[in-house]
Design a protein around this ligand. Structure first.
Ligand code: C2E
Ligand code: CA
Ligand code: CA
Ligand code: CA
Length: 278
């Protein structure tokens, strides 16, 4: 550490400088990552709690950057949203996820849904609906197997525009899920205006079920979803205790490390085979 006295004013913080450098480096890398084929998709199974069957999976992007090795989406998705790169990255993710789902169906595995994260920037894109339509046509995926995950903040601005967009997407026959539900600042009346099919309980409510009001919040969301005829899925399920609780509360579906971490395609294939053989 630098020998800076208590009364020395620093004009800049070397650590801050490093952060800015890293950010600039990330942004440069991000611009090239699509061309260089550095992205891959991982898939995490979603389980129907009544049957125990895998009924879907969430597609999650991974970035294998040449020098910096694997970079978490939590680090580069926000940056790609700020820079607008998320639009082309998001389109790549959607196409890849649809292609993979069709490939699994062609390989003879039972059809399942694929959930793809859609960022606010993508929804503001004028040609989003056309792009989704085109990707469905080109990949041949039956729209009923595609679900787009949005977050509550998606319609903070331009509410009517977003609602109209979501209706247009639903008309294609795809599903819409509200991700990280309960963490945003939206009102329940707003929820009622959005044409959604699925509520995804945020993983923060699953942790420490015995502390505070988390158990009450989970059971309230589950009951509300039931009353609204929505499917409800819990994410971030890690323990037997959490799973028990969700089954008791009759939560429809769950996703989390207790079943599996997000996996590359080859591992997902092995999982399918082992299930079919058992
Ligand atoms: P998310 O959409 O809420 O995705 C769930 C995150 O929870 C994933 O992190 C997943 O790996 C992690 N997770 C799954 N099961 C468990 C569990 O049992 N315990 C815990 N603690 N975590 C679990 P990941 O893959 O690092 O993604 C982080 C976030 O990055 C995502 O959060 C999403 O907001 C964003 N993201 C990832 N892929 C995409 C993408 O293709 N497009 C967009 N727009 N955003 C993406
Ligand atoms: Ca998600
Ligand atoms: Ca989530
Ligand atoms: Ca999130």
């Amino acid at each position: 550490a630098k020998e800076l006295g208590r009364n020395n004013y620093q004009f800049y913080d070397p650590e801050m400088n490093e952060l800015i450098n890293r950010r600039a480096q990330l942004e440069k890398g991000l611009r090239k990552a699509l061309e260089l084929n550095e992205f891959t998709l991982y898939f995490q199974p979603q389980i129907n709690l009544a049957t125990g069957h895998i009924i879907g999976n969430e597609a999650l992007i991974r970035w294998h950057h040449g020098e910096l090795s694997m970079i978490s989406p939590a680090d580069f998705i926000p940056l790609s949203e700020e820079t607008g790169l998320i639009v082309s990255i998001g389109e790549w993710v959607l196409r890849k996820a649809c292609e993979q789902n069709v490939a699994w169906q062609k390989a003879g595995f039972s059809p399942m849904r694929v959930s793809v994260n859609l960022s606010a920037r993508q929804i503001q894109q004028k040609n989003l609906v056309e792009n989704v339509t085109e990707i469905l046509q080109q990949t041949g995926l039956d729209p009923q197997y595609l679900e787009l995950e949005i977050t509550e903040s998606i319609a903070m601005h331009n509410e009517d525009y977003v609602i109209a967009k979501l209706h247009a997407l639903k008309k294609l026959g795809i599903k819409i899920a509200m991700d990280d539900f309960g963490t945003g600042y939206s009102s329940l009346s707003y929820l009622n205006k959005l044409p959604i099919d699925t509520l995804k309980i945020d993983k923060s409510f699953l942790s420490d079920l015995k502390e505070g009001l988390n158990a009450e919040i989970c059971s309230t969301i589950i009951a509300m979803a039931r009353n609204m005829r929505l499917t409800v899925i819990a994410e971030g399920v890690e323990t037997e205790e959490q799973l028990r609780f969700l089954i008791d509360q009759k939560c429809d579906e769950a996703q989390g490390y207790i079943f599996s971490k997000p996996m590359p395609v080859e591992e997902f294939n092995l999982l399918f085979r082992s299930i079919e053989e058992s």
